[in-house]
Ligand binder design. Structure first.
Ligand code: BJW
Length: 224
């Protein structure tokens, strides 16, 4: 046992910063389910619609401020006498803006653009369009650097290593329906790691300990 703490966060962490979750009743975007917008097929079918979705999300995320839960996690990472791995499914940068370091963004980041033709990445402008040329190869195949359904999440090797280096797994504000992240808790249990869920409402998955309530209240309370 190394004493590492593995924290997996989801949309519930940023909900009180004003960023919508995906599967709440109000989680639809212009009547689209996330599965209909966040797929390579959706991008191929209607790239401008998908770009508008992410342009809107990028603007919202830039205006949002970290909440008490982001701040508590950054404080925990700075003060804990061991490694706190922050693995997030969120594409906002609110953990970093709260002072967190080395955040592992397994589903990509709104602040980055990617060329679908050559894979080059660069900082995304606030408004992206499919006609924008890639600065490296010149092809007009610009897309947000986001992991869509059917694509392989980022940093899976680092995530596995972090899990193996931890003896506490904490899931915060995630519904636990999207794989592979949904399987991390079970992987932790198989490794003999204690599991904790902090969520507005329990997800129903098996955890050793569950705390219900808004992240801005229960995360600082748990960290203390
Ligand atoms: C609060 C709160 C407050 C609210 N305080 N809490 C069948 C079986 C198994 C797998 C599959 C399958 N069919 C298809 C798959 C694969 C698929 C998948 O899992 N689909 C499921 C829907 C079934 N997965 C994939 O395709 C992934 N890739 C993959 O599997 O590749 C294969 C592979 C993997 C590994 C190695 C090798 C190969 C890719 C998934 C990409 C997900 N992308 C999205 C969108 C892009 C990002 C973006 O635009 O932001 O990521 S989908 C969306 O869901 C987003 C999120 O990151 C993700 C998770 O959602 P999250 O964060 O849990 O949010 P919600 O809304 O669901 O839940 C909010 C939670 O917050 C709730 O619990 C609330 O209670 C709580 N809450 N307010 C505290 N104030």
């Amino acid at each position: 046992m190394s004493g590492g703490i593995f924290i997996l966060s989801g949309a519930g962490l940023s909900a009180e910063s004003g960023l919508k979750t995906f599967r709440a009743e109000d989680g639809l975007w212009e009547d689209h389910r996330v599965e209909d917008v966040a797929t390579p097929e959706a991008f191929a079918r209607d790239p401008e619609l998908v770009q508008r979705f992410y342009n809107m999300r990028r603007t919202q995320a830039a205006k949002a401020e970290p909440n008490a839960a982001h701040q508590a996690l950054a404080r925990l990472q700075a003060e804990y006498d061991g490694t706190v791995y922050l693995v997030t499914q969120n594409v906002d940068d609110l953990l970093e803006r709260a002072g967190a370091q080395k955040v592992i963004h397994m589903h990509g980041a709104l602040k980055d653009a990617m060329c679908a033709a050559c894979g080059h990445r660069w900082p995304a402008p606030m408004e992206m369009h499919v006609t924008d040329p890639c600065p490296a190869c010149g092809t007009a195949a610009t897309r947000p650097d986001i992991v869509w359904f059917g694509e392989i999440p980022y940093h899976m090797d680092a995530i596995q290593t972090a899990l193996e280096d931890s003896d506490l797994f904490v899931a915060i504000g995630t519904s636990g329906v999207v794989y592979p992240a949904a399987g991390f808790g079970q992987m932790a249990q198989q490794l003999g790691i204690r599991t904790v869920e902090l969520n507005l409402e329990a997800s129903g998955a098996r955890f050793d300990e569950v705390h219900e309530g808004p992240a801005s209240r229960i995360v600082p309370a748990w960290v203390t």
